[in-house]
Design a protein around this ligand. Structure first.
Ligand code: SUO
Ligand code: CP
Length: 314
């Protein structure tokens, strides 16, 4: 693998999932990354991504450098040809080239602005790193995707699945803040690569990018969508049509035990962090259907498999 920026970078998904599960079972240190350095730049907060990716790198024997790039670094200019006479102090051309001398892999988190759809969809930050870095680049959640989370979710479903073709429901849930579509986008793209029956449930006005959802059924009736589900993936996202807007919060879409009764005793997933009793009720998160902790644990092995594939260029 050359980069891990979006799911199209994966050439053999089954192999990557089985490699992650093998690394999880072995849970041992390795030499693959000895003498190599991972540099991580965060333009937004993180708990899981930051620590699981650092842990994964260390398990491979790598050194790790982390920078809160939004607070501690120079404000970066991403426009080619910009006249830099305002607030931006450093161009990505120099920054990426310099970082490529210090790091063997560069990983970047940069959320969308959620104001200008066209700008967010151009994935300017991730694509600039791809263009100007001379080492592999990992997406730690960008404007439109979160591929490490999606790989984690594929691993978790593979571990827990008991059926040849499970029903997986991605359901929207309310949230007080306008959130990216990134996690939902990558989850949908990943599920389309797997042998699952995927259904999306969201209120009117919250349809995801149709280029990503494609033929996937989208239902506005959450209760009906949840019928016989084997896995329920809960996530909020802001409107794609009325880009970045919260149209209404729909408290009635919070996932609770009453709704879980519709399902086939479904496992409940969420990428975390989760707003309790807004997105998912306490009774579900504290109940035996929730697999959110196991899911977050798998972040390490997804990152380890990706880092290993990048270091070995396989
Ligand atoms: N990386 C996992 C989710 C990150 C982000 N959630 C958030 O920003 C939640 C913040 C809050 O609840 O205030 C998102 O939805 O893409
Ligand atoms: N799921 C996830 O990406 O969590 P963090 O935002 O805490 O990294």
């Amino acid at each position: 693998m050359k980069n891990y920026i979006d799911l199209s970078d994966i050439s053999d998904l089954e192999k990557l999932i089985s490699e992650s599960l093998k690394l999880k079972a072995e849970n041992s240190a390795a030499e693959t990354g000895k003498g190599k350095t991972l540099g991580m730049l965060f333009f937004n907060p993180s708990l899981r991504t930051r620590l699981s990716t650092e842990k994964a790198a260390r398990l491979l024997g790598m050194e790790v450098m982390v920078m809160n790039a939004d607070k501690d670094g120079w404000a970066l200019e991403f426009e080619d040809g910009a006249i830099m006479d305002s607030t931006k102090a450093e161009h990505i051309k120099e920054a990426a080239a310099v970082l490529s001398q210090y790091c063997d892999v560069i990983a970047v988190r940069a959320f969308p602005g959620l104001i200008d759809k066209h700008k967010d969809e151009s994935e300017q930050v991730m694509n600039s790193f791809r263009k100007y870095a001379s080492v592999p680049v990992i997406n730690l959640e960008s404007a439109t995707g979160h591929p490490l989370q999606a790989l984690t979710d594929a691993i978790t479903i593979t571990e827990l699945n008991k059926k040849s073709k499970p029903k997986v429901v991605l359901t929207w849930a309310p949230h007080p803040k306008a959130l990216p579509q990134s996690v939902a986008n990558s989850f949908v793209s990943m599920m389309k690569k797997m042998n699952v029956d995927l259904v999306i449930a969201n209120p009117d006005g919250y349809d995801l990018n149709p280029e990503i959802t494609g033929e996937t059924p989208v239902m506005n009736d959450q209760k009906k969508a949840l019928e016989n589900a084997d896995f329920v993936y809960v996530k909020n996202w802001s409107s794609y049509d009325q880009y970045g807007k919260i149209l209404y919060t729909k408290e009635s879409w919070t996932l609770n035990n009453e709704k879980l009764k519709q399902t086939n005793n479904a496992k409940v997933m969420h990428c975390l962090p989760v707003r309790r009793n807004v997105v998912i009720a306490d009774e579900v998160l504290d109940g035996e259907n929730s697999v959110v902790i196991q899911e977050a644990g798998n972040r390490t092995y997804a990152a380890q498999a990706v880092l290993k594939a990048l270091l070995e260029n396989k």
